[in-house]
Design a binder for this molecule. Structure first.
Ligand SMILES: [Zn+2]
Length: 84
């Protein structure tokens, strides 16, 4: 099942402590990561957060707006491809 990040309205940011919220360092836009199951995999959640931050930075480099809803990669897609 796809997992996505949704844009948060500024006034909705309080009371969402249980959700993982990623804030763009460039413009301060906040996105919450919506998961189909309560995420017990912290490593995966952190990887997704890092991936999302890169998307934000890339959006600013390309001068494109952040989408309201961003599909996040699966655990498989996040696996590093190169051998360590
Ligand atoms: Zn931004």
């Amino acid at each position: 099942m796809p997992v996505s990040a949704r844009r948060l309205r500024k006034q909705n940011r309080t009371g969402l402590e249980s959700q993982l919220i990623i804030v763009c360092p460039e413009c301060g836009e906040g996105f919450s990561i919506v998961s189909e199951v309560p995420c017990s995999d912290t490593a995966l959640a952190e990887s997704r957060g890092a991936w999302l931050l890169q998307q934000f930075i890339w959006d600013h480099i390309q001068e494109s707006k952040h989408r309201g809803s961003i599909r996040l990669p699966s655990a498989d897609e996040l696996k590093p491809r190169q051998i360590r």
